[in-house]
Ligand binder design. Structure first.
Ligand SMILES: [Mn+2]
Length: 348
């Protein structure tokens, strides 16, 4: 019988003194859950110490709640003291995709991911990338099941939430493997903690941002495009796009917003096989970076200037490219909420 992938993954780690897990910036539940699950696998099977890192701030309310409620122990990646015999495992992302702040010179032992966006993988001993899967946590759950490792409540809860957040849209970006993993984890997870995470309390800024988003949304045929001046946190662009794509008259929602001198973009579609990641990547082009999945994509552009006129120009460029890619005529957009209604609301 041939070696299973989880056997090969573990075999390559036997000589390591420590296994360091890294993921992408703006850590999300799939990345956090995958790190936690693999760390549990390594500790159970090899008894080698592990470190979970955090790349940049965790900003979305639910993600912060996940870290608090599950007491995740994360070391800021910039504070980590690297040792010679560290084995470094990257999850839910690929090297040199502009999504990490770790030094590109650090050698990786493994990349375990499910993104369409290709990274630089040359020389990496262990690679398991399955873009068909809804979540990296699904792949990690398979490893744990294959190795017959008991999954503690905390780990099961994190993995289940990681998968849950990746397969919520419609049409679902899930395979039977994602459903199997969820069914496997469900009895093991703490459902109360899960509910606490999903219903995390939201800051005032969240509602300010939503109001602005409603007031600045324009419809172009099957696309709704939203610009937000001040994103309270980068991931709110995705939250806005998730909200807007449910509008019954559109197939695509794109939201762009600015946070600390960077324009963050998020795209969502309700069309199957839309290649959203690749579409956004070609819209952004050399202006910045972008990528993602079939129906969900994200990107960012460092602003050369934060002058309103420069931002207007950039938005116009992106809008033109987007409309062209989606084969929509570049005509004046229609406001989601007409100005007249906004004024009436203010007066009532
Ligand atoms: Mn993921």
């Amino acid at each position: 019988m041939g070696l299973r992938r989880s056997d090969r993954f573990l075999a390559g780690l036997e000589e390591a003194d420590r296994v360091v897990f890294v993921s992408h910036v703006h850590p999300d539940p799939d990345g956090l859950g995958s790190m936690l699950g693999l760390a549990h696998l390594v500790e159970s099977k090899l008894e080698i110490p592990t470190v979970l890192t955090q790349d940049g701030p965790i900003s979305r309310a639910e993600n912060k709640a996940m870290v608090d409620v599950l007491h995740l122990d994360l070391v800021p990646v910039e504070q980590l003291e690297w040792h010679g015999h560290d084995a470094v495992v990257m999850v839910d992302s690929q090297p040199k995709t502009g999504r990490h702040s770790i030094d590109d010179a650090i050698d990786l032992y493994a990349v375990i991911d499910h993104h369409d966006t290709p990274g630089e993988l040359k020389g990496i001993p262990f690679i398991d990338i399955r873009p068909s899967l809804g979540a990296t946590c699904t792949l990690v759950t398979k490893y744990l099941a294959e190795q017959d490792v008991d999954i503690p409540e905390k780990v099961a809860t994190a993995l289940l939430y990681g998968i849950d957040t990746e397969v919520t849209g419609y049409p679902r970006e899930a395979t039977p493997a994602d459903d199997e993993a969820q069914a496997y984890l469900f009895p093991l997870a703490d459902k109360d903690l899960l509910a606490q995470i999903k219903n995390a309390r939201l800051p005032h800024s969240h509602f300010d941002c939503l109001l602005q988003a409603l007031q600045t949304s324009f419809i172009y045929d099957r696309l709704i495009l939203t610009w937000v001046d001040d994103l309270p946190q980068p991931e709110q662009a995705a939250e806005v796009a998730d909200f807007m794509v449910r509008f019954e008259h559109v197939d695509w929602a794109v939201c762009g917003g600015i946070h600390k001198g960077v324009l963050f973009l998020s795209a969502r579609t309700n069309l199957a096989h839309a290649g959203a990641g690749e579409l956004l990547r070609s819209v952004v082009g050399k202006l910045g970076r972008a990528g993602g999945h079939d129906r969900r994509a994200g990107g960012s552009i460092k602003l050369a200037s934060t002058k309103p006129s420069a931002i207007d120009d950039l938005q116009a460029t992106l809008r033109k490219r987007l409309l062209k890619k989606l084969k929509i005529d570049d005509v004046r957009g229609q406001r989601l909420v007409p100005l007249r209604e906004m004024l009436q609301n203010l007066q009532s």
